[in-house]
Design a binder for this molecule. Sequence first.
Ligand code: CP
Length: 320
Amino acid sequence: MSDSADTGFPHRHLLGIEGMLPPAISFLLDLADTYVEQNRAVDKKKSSLRGRTQVNLFFEPSTRTSTSFELAGKRLGADVLNMAVARSSVSKGETLIDTAMTLNAMHPDVLVVRHQDSGAVHLLSQKVGCAVINAGDGSHEHPTQALLDALTIRRRRGRLDGQVVAICGDILHSRVARSNIHLLNTMGACVRVIGPPTLMPRNIEELGVEVHHDMRKGLAGVDIVMMLRLQMERMQGAYVPSLREYFHFYGLDQEKLSLAKPDALIMHPGPMNRGVEIDSTVADDINRSVIREQVEMGVAVRMACLDALTRHLPNVGAPL
Ligand code: CP
């Protein structure tokens, strides 16, 4: 992230949560709060991005992030283009950078990029003249997911500081875990990570988290339980003996959940694998599960990010 004009959000791109300071995070969450109300109104449209062009470039599958970025841009009045990567010249061997520079030549104002390789979005941001938002890069970061999770918690609990949050499951492959750890620690929450040793990154405690391999001990007294799916697409070989055994030790069911605080919130970034990392009775618990609310907050947070980043942009096209 590089510094830019003083508009409350001092970054030209949104590439990750790491290194972001509390005022910048609070600025985005406060702005997103205003968009939650707008999204619940009949007239959801604003014109703050009128004339702007937003290109969504997803090299990995997505339901929540891609649709909410599209909705967010449209609700702010931008022209939104969704690149169909599978039908693009990427399939003919064009590189990520050549693809990005080709799109850059058409003067977009914002590029929203998801890519399977950690660091790819950062690299791309150095080659283009527009603002770049990381919609998830490999197992590195997924900043807008952490922001929408934080907004969900803050609206439910009124605060982030002091909350004890357990992030459970495949921590090793999770960009969601990494972004959440950075954000929650920065905002004064206390983070526990829970999972089998095979799915725990080496030296994860250096990020300022408490590490647990026994889920029952790790869940004791927590305020928030955030479940993660097993990211099979990033695994080569077996990381768990069987899905049945994994659920026995690390799947969230009512019995394990009873060890958390009685009003603990249940979160999941999606997509869920029911019966693998979470039981349906927990995922669908209308009193405690905020999984649908997370999706709602996703649109508001992405509107806030688009709004904040485009405030820095010049009114004429950037040089190529
Ligand atoms: N949470 C998340 O990133 O979901 P999608 O992969 O559906 O975008």
